[in-house]
Design a protein around this ligand. Structure first.
Ligand code: PLP
Length: 411
């Protein structure tokens, strides 16, 4: 009889992993201070201070904070001059918001394939997706791992396109030694609960381009302009502003982010080294030019053939039973029902035929190979990381030595 938890044995791990988000005294004090000074919204010094510090930390001149990463993307696209019917090239492997922000700007998402080794958009697959309607490329630093921005910026220059980085998962990550986010025209971050900096909800835009930043200001603030009148509205903007309480929660996290990142670096390296020695699982690689990942989520690749044809889904079930939650992550975005059923509601998507798309590397990664751990796993201590390794070891060695029980398993 097997001692695997999936088949009735006892699990490697019974206790939860470190809780997220981290509550700290500094966050509590910062929130109380802002509560008491009673400037909770527009005009709050707390928001200005956060914008200043976030921009500085990310090697950018300008920062405009909003209430979500999705809104930050919409604002950026509008500020980049996206008009109805324009095309925006995005990776097919990302969170849905990268695509929905494009739709919300009445524009057309055009999906590019990924590089299986990094999980990031493949610069080599972008050029063939460029048409005379293409205006913007939105590369995503998937799992916090910087995409090859040099290759993408070079391509963008050649075709006179703009680059907006989706750095929603990449707080503090760097490319060629420079923090990501404002390496293209601008970029966005999210502070939604699961992200590496969190205020429950929230987002921000950074840039070094003054005109772009001014346009972002306008779209996020009811179409107002800097130094304009209160009742003077130039654009179809909205109220997407960040609350001062969110900014208050985020300021102290700028002091602890580097320590969290050091821990994530160490744990990622430790897991990579371990997984390298396990035939059948492969660590992710960094894209050319990437100098530091934010290590938002630990990912690796599953090779079914090395495990006697046992499906990845069964491996997940076995790992979950051991108390280490692994899962598949994103679907290829063009397969989401949104893109299949909604041509009536979104007539500008007519004849796009998203359902007939089949980007080979995205398909392999999403449907066969991707293995995700949870965000908080990389914040674990040595014992936590050892438990994760032990679970990988226990499950993968059993899949190799005794595949029958797995092959007969039906979830
Ligand atoms: C989380 C996320 C977003 C959206 O951020 P929200 O704050 O949840 O709106 C956008 N893009 C990516 C890649 C994300 O992971």
């Amino acid at each position: 009889m097997s001692d695997l938890a999936l088949f009735g044995g006892s699990p490697i791990r019974a206790n939860p992993f470190p809780s997220w988000p981290n509550q700290s005294k500094a966050i509590r004090e910062s929130v109380i201070e802002t509560l008491e000074n009673a400037t909770w919204g527009i005009g709050s010094k707390t928001i200005d201070e956060f914008n200043l510090r976030f921009a500085e930390y990310h090697d950018a001149k300008y920062c405009i904070s909003v209430h979500s990463g999705t809104s930050a993307l919409w604002v950026s696209l509008k500020a980049a001059g996206i008009k109805a019917g324009d095309e925006v090239i995005i990776p097919a492997y990302t969170f849905i918001a990268t695509a929905t922000a494009v739709l919300m700007a009445n524009a057309v998402p055009v999906f590019a394939d990924i590089d299986l080794k990094t999980g990031n958009m493949d610069p080599k697959d972008i050029e063939s997706k460029i048409s005379d309607r293409t205006k913007v490329i939105v590369p995503v630093h998937v799992a916090g791992s910087p995409v090859d921005l040099n290759a993408i910026n070079t391509l963008a220059e050649k075709h006179k396109l703009l680059v907006i980085e989706d750095a929603a998962q990449a707080h503090g990550a760097s490319y060629n030694g420079k923090k990501v986010g404002a390496i293209g025209l601008g970029g966005i971050f999210s502070f939604q609960t699961s992200k590496n900096m969190s205020s429950g909800e929230g987002g921000t835009i950074i840039s070094n381009d003054e005109d772009f930043a001014d346009a972002c200001f306008s779209y996020h603030n009811c179409g107002r302009v800097r130094n304009g009148e209160w009742y003077e509205h130039h654009r179809l903007g909205s109220n997407l502003r960040m609350s001062a309480l969110n900014a208050a929660m985020l300021i102290p996290q700028l002091d602890t982010l580097e320590d969290d990142m050091d821990l994530r670096d160490k744990n990622r390296e430790s897991l990579d080294n371990f997984i390298n020695g396990l035939n059948g699982l492969t660590p992710m690689e960094m894209s050319p030019g990437a100098t530091r990942s934010a290590n938002h989520i630990y990912m690796c690749r599953y090779k079914e053939t090395e495990f006697n044809g046992i499906p990845r889904e069964t491996f997940f079930k076995a790992m979950q039973a051991e108390g280490v939650y692994t899962y598949k992550g994103y679907n290829p975005l063009y397969r989401e029902p949104l893109f299949i059923t909604n041509e009536e509601e979104y007539p500008w998507l007519k004849n796009r035929n998203y359902e007939s798309l089949n980007l080979s590397q995205t398909e392999i990664f999403a449907e066969k190979e991707a293995v995700w751990l949870k965000q908080n796993h990389l914040l674990g201590d040595e014992e936590d990381i050892q438990d994760i390794k032990d679970a990988f070891e226990k499950v993968t060695s059993a899949m190799k030595s005794d595949p029958k029980q797995f092959l007969e398993f039906t979830p």
